[in-house]
Design a protein around this ligand. Structure first.
Ligand code: NAD
Length: 312
């Protein structure tokens, strides 16, 4: 029969694409419950879903930061049945930690960590009773490798990685699978929102050298990275849909093979110095090399697109 898939954060970006892709599955394997915090933002989803609206896709309200909202959403589903849950809702944060309050930082954890934990906790009892289920988390390569000025965001993704690694072992006993999708940069509103946020900030409490580092080194590098190796949300949705269709889904999947060498550095050298110093050198000492390697990666991406070489 059809599987019920609940996706969080579907008003935009990756969540929207995942919901629509699953709803349009040619074999009609899924009933999608596309959830979002604010139903007034359902326009783009409805437009993208087209004919699927009301047949294989329905929209529901769910704020991952509210117990009440999660409970209300789940009790409205027939038999509270969720076969697959895709935890996609998330927020970013960039900037020197000196300029961020502890409350600003807690908000990132409230959504990316506790929000995901809240939804998993809510669907778990039923999955355990049925002895089947699939928990998917849209993590990030920043859940594997820190990136400067993304300190708290990376920490929130590391946190959810640790949570899922621990839980995945217990859940195999119940025939429940956990999968982490780890995208590199993805061209959605995510990065745009972050860039806007920092354009308003006056960075209270930050020394000029740090601020220069953020504005003159980090921001231009981040823009270049998104412009060169950034993926489309459709690509991430395809990887996620492929995982969902597996009988025994893999635990983790990076979506961007061009980013993998960076995450591999820390495993290649157990002192950890290789990854920290390579990232430092690329950012601060060899900007030309950084640009060249991005240029090279861009060519590689184009070649992959045209099917000349396969990245895997
Ligand atoms: P996005 O901003 O378009 O999507 C995030 C969605 O989460 C938004 O629709 C937002 O409204 C929703 N959301 C935020 N707080 C919520 C809450 N409390 N309850 C319910 N929904 C909430 O950006 P995106 O790129 O599509 O991000 C989706 C996921 O992908 C996030 O978890 C993000 O961390 C992850 N990710 C993004 C990138 C990237 O470069 N864009 C890279 C790696 C991982």
């Amino acid at each position: 029969g059809q599987k019920t898939v609940l996706v969080t954060g579907c008003s935009s970006g990756i969540g929207l694409k995942i919901a629509v892709r699953l709803a349009k599955d040619p074999q009609r394997r899924y009933q999608v419950i596309a959830t979002m915090r604010d139903l007034r933002k359902k326009g783009s989803l409805e437009e993208a879903a087209g004919d699927c609206m009301g047949s294989t896709l329905m929209v529901a309200q769910l704020d991952v930061c509210s117990d009440e909202s999660v409970t209300r959403c789940l009790t409205a589903i027939p038999h509270c049945r969720v076969d697959v849950v895709v935890n996609n809702a998330g927020v970013g944060q960039i900037g020197p930690i000196e300029s961020l309050t502890i409350d600003d930082m807690k908000k990132v954890f409230e959504t990316n960590f506790f929000g995901t934990v809240r939804v998993i906790k809510a669907v778990l009892p039923d999955m355990k009773r049925k002895r089947s289920g699939h928990i998917v988390v849209i993590s990030s390569v920043m859940g594997l490798q820190g990136v400067m000025f993304n300190d708290v965001y990376a920490a929130s993704k590391f946190a959810i990685e640790g949570f899922c690694e621990s839980l995945a072992v217990q859940l195999l006993q119940f025939n429940i699978f956990v999968s982490m999708v780890e995208p590199g940069p993805v061209n959605t509103g995510f990065e745009v929102k972050l860039m806007e946020e920092v354009s308003w900030s006056d960075f209270p409490g930050t020394d000029t050298e740090t601020l220069r580092c953020f504005k003159e080194t980090y921001l231009p590098a981040a823009r270049e990275i998104f412009a060169t190796i950034g993926q489309s949300p459709e690509t991430v949705a395809k990887v996620t849909a492929d995982l969902i269709s597996m009988e025994r889904p893999d635990f983790r999947r990076q979506t961007n093979p061009l980013y993998t060498p960076l995450t591999a550095l820390k495993y290649a050298d157990k002192t950890g110095n290789l990854s920290v110093r390579t990232l430092y050198n690329l950012m601060f000492r060899h900007r030309m090399l950084f640009r060249l390697s991005l240029g090279f990666l861009k060519c590689l991406t184009c070649s992959c697109f045209h099917g000349r070489i396969s990245p895997t």
